[in-house]
Design a protein around this ligand. Sequence first.
Ligand SMILES: [Zn+2]
Length: 618
Amino acid sequence: MASNDDRSPFEKHLPAQPLGDSAESDSDESEELEEHEQEEKETHDNPELPTFKSVASSLKAFNADGTVRTIIKARKSAFVNALIHLDGKRFDFTGRNYLLPLYDRNDKDILLKTGRQVEKSTFLANNLIVTSSVKSYNKALYVSPSHSQTRQFSNEKLRSAVDGSPIIKKYLQDHQVSAQVFEKGFTNGSYIFLRSAFRTADRARGISARNLCLDELQDFLISQIPVIKECTSHFPDATTFMSGTPKSFDNPIEVYWQESTQNEWLVPCKACGKWNFLDEKCIAPTILYAEDKLPPGPVCMKCGQPINPPDGRWVSMSPGKSIQGYRISQIMVPWISGLKEQWLKLLWKRDNYPFGQFANECLGLSYDSASKPITRDELIECCGDYSLWNPSGITPEIVQQAHRGPILTAGVDWGEGNDGSERGPSGKVRTASYTVLTIGTYINQKVWKTLLIKKYMGREVDPDFVVSDICRICQILGVKLVGVDWGHGWGVNNVMMRKLGPDRVVQYQHLPKLKKPLKWDPQGFRYHLSRNFIMSELFFDMKHKLIAFPKWAEFEPFAKDILAIYSEYAEYKREVRYDHRHSDPDDFFHSLLYAKLTSDIYLGKSRKYTRDVCDTPA
Ligand SMILES: [Zn+2]
């Protein structure tokens, strides 16, 4: 297992720190506790319903009003347009046509994955108010992860929309209905409850609701979400809205997004006909906007001509899923695209934010897809139509082939053989890791071919078995050199050196701060590797098809180890570093790295072709 953990042995005995700045979260915690007590005082789950008389009179008044009567029969968006007033004006869909299907399709499950400041909360508030107005005795529940977020939504979005909308104010509100922070009543008997899932989902669990809104989904614990969703189980016609801004990896919003239709607002180019997926590739260099050579707004990623977001349409990237997922980015909203000052602000963020943050907050893209060092398609490009050698069925033909061909090298990344679900003594989930053996060779001057991969899982994780099995395979095939990970305990490398001979085992140690890509340490009898640099080289090789993999159907389980790796820009060091999710092992990647690097070193490959391209660390 290659680890980027560079803490000293002493530090490793310190208790694991919770994520985030502890001082800050302490004060947040106490604020949250105060809010929690306040919420306890202000809420009761079975509020008094208005009398039938009041409901009947509100309905009568409602129907008596000509405007409203026709609107009730209309689409929900028309209803929102006519009833909801924001800042003294009717809610206007001009330039916001991407919102129409969200209101009008009546999907049961909607997920909004959005950048910041794209009116996500306004959409939720409008929806709650309109549904509560149209349906008598409707019950809706809004839940956010914290009291302060729920309070803010209640005061700033819900109340201002109710108070600012004359018809709702006149016919659906009176002094008898509850107008508290955590519950809003309507004279037609409808209620909107507002809760938080701070610490537990219990406050939300007691409520039965037809319409559920989960806001700021990225900050929920993923285990809370199904518990809260139970609230709607009594209603066959229940609807659920989930919304949030993508953040990091193990993020609920990403998990649910993968389960959704992944609708993207694709915008056509009138010049070349390309349908554009709105991301950073649709933003031209800042100078062109600053000098008014382009209007503020996105451009075609193919031909560079301006494109017009209202021309777009929703296209599902993953049809057939039960949740309708919609991504809304800042590029498509009319109060940013089309307004020079706002567009320049967006450009400033593009030019100054770390890319991950820009992707999350402005593009509404998960950090994940924004920062994969290599894509699945690029890996598929490296796949040939051959099969790997079967490690448990090495035939005489394979042995002959192995001995006749160019020299073979192997790479071993040691792992503990757990699947990421086990917990250590401290209760922390252990990183998933398996020992992986990779064997391959150069088939010409440039391309290194992967011939055998073995992942030690299940009954085979026993360290003694693993070492002797690796030695057995390397002996049979006549592997010249075995590159191994130095970092892992158990003295396995010494055992291997005894079995194979000390000259056949090459040890590698990843160091995060090494100035050179690679340096021999004669005392330690191992190579030091500049971890990020050496990993970048391997990604370069794969992107340029300098590595051959077997047919995709065979390779896919191992490809997952490569796709698990993501890159992160460390601002303070101004460098990219690689990491992987704790539940997703990356061991094959490292065993491949050791195997190929060992070939490179043995054959004296200069690697000038990558080092001219990659920035050599200063
Ligand atoms: Zn174009």
